[in-house]
Write a protein of this length. Structure first.
Length: 292
């Protein structure tokens, strides 16, 4: 399977289609659109969106020549990329919206998407032509494609991993946690303890372990994924290039860049005056992070 690039279209994409791949746009995702996926500054897949939910999408993998294609893959003519692609509608996968990087065109109308979904569900003939050849001819490639998208399915953000998750509200209530207790247990300032309890700050792995030990719990029992307006905002593809720029400049994985943006967003929110909207606060946080 060929490696995809965010900066350069595959050689099989003709010159008139490369702009859509290399520049594209970052609107809110919609059914039937073709999107490049990215993680840690690298392209990790190309998909056609079949469903859109608040925090995730359902999507069909799409491959580009010279990757092999055989049944049950469908022939997908992309007017934006000026190329024929392979649509693997039998491999629909749930993916976090945080993976969406760039829209590279419209693949199918919503009506045709529904027809394809119905064909997969019922076993009837799809509205698109099936590639010639048998699945067995490309078994190794198809197995690798499925492994790739299964791996992406488990790429979650936000996460409750130690060092990235916030303290669980229900555990804090059960333990009757107070600012004074957290300050004393962790050796932090009163404002920092308050921020940790309000989920404005993510505890370090060591801080989470200390508090878990004090309560007689496992560290994963006291953490949950962050939530709130900043998470909803940072799921938008419009920030992907900023995340990539910061990650490349500082040699940081994307999880750590998102963690840094959470802190910058909280700082922007505390120092804001007037009625700044969430997007304005996030843009301020991004500017601070890119300028440091």
């Amino acid at each position: 399977m060929q490696d995809l690039s965010l900066d350069r279209a595959p050689n099989s994409i003709p010159p008139e289609g490369r702009g859509a791949w290399e520049v594209g746009s970052c609107p809110q995702p919609s059914v039937g659109e073709l999107w490049l996926l990215s993680w840690n500054s690298a392209a990790v897949g190309l998909v056609l969106i079949s469903r859109v939910r608040d925090d995730y999408i359902l999507a069909w993998p799409v491959t580009v020549p010279p990757d092999p294609a055989a049944g049950p893959a469908l022939r997908l003519q992309s007017a934006d990329l000026h190329a024929e692609l392979a649509l693997w509608s039998v491999a629909e996968t749930g993916l976090g919206r945080h993976l969406l990087h760039r829209r590279v065109g419209l693949g199918l109308s919503t009506d045709v998407v529904e027809e394809v979904r119905a064909a997969v569900r019922t076993g009837h003939s799809p509205p698109l032509e099936v590639f010639g050849g048998e699945e067995a001819d490309e078994a190794a490639f198809i197995a690798e494609l499925l492994r790739q998208y299964q791996h992406l399915c488990f790429n979650e953000w936000p996460t409750d991993l130690p060092g990235y998750g916030v303290f669980r509200r229900d555990v804090l209530l059960e333990q009757g946690a107070k600012v004074s207790e957290v300050r004393e247990s962790l050796g932090v300032t009163v404002p920092d303890a308050s921020s940790l309890l309000k989920q404005d700050r993510v505890p370090t792995k060591e801080q989470a372990e200390l508090l878990a030990d004090a309560w007689g719990l496992d560290v994963r029992e006291i953490l949950e994924p962050a939530s709130g307006e900043w998470v909803r905002e940072l799921r938008k593809p419009r920030y992907k290039d900023d995340l990539r720029a910061v990650g490349d400049a500082r040699n940081l994985p994307e999880l750590d860049v998102r963690l840094a943006l959470q802190s910058e967003f909280a700082l922007a929110a505390r120092t804001a005056t007037g009625t700044n909207r969430t997007a304005e606060l996030m843009e301020r946080a991004v500017r601070r992070l890119r300028n440091e």
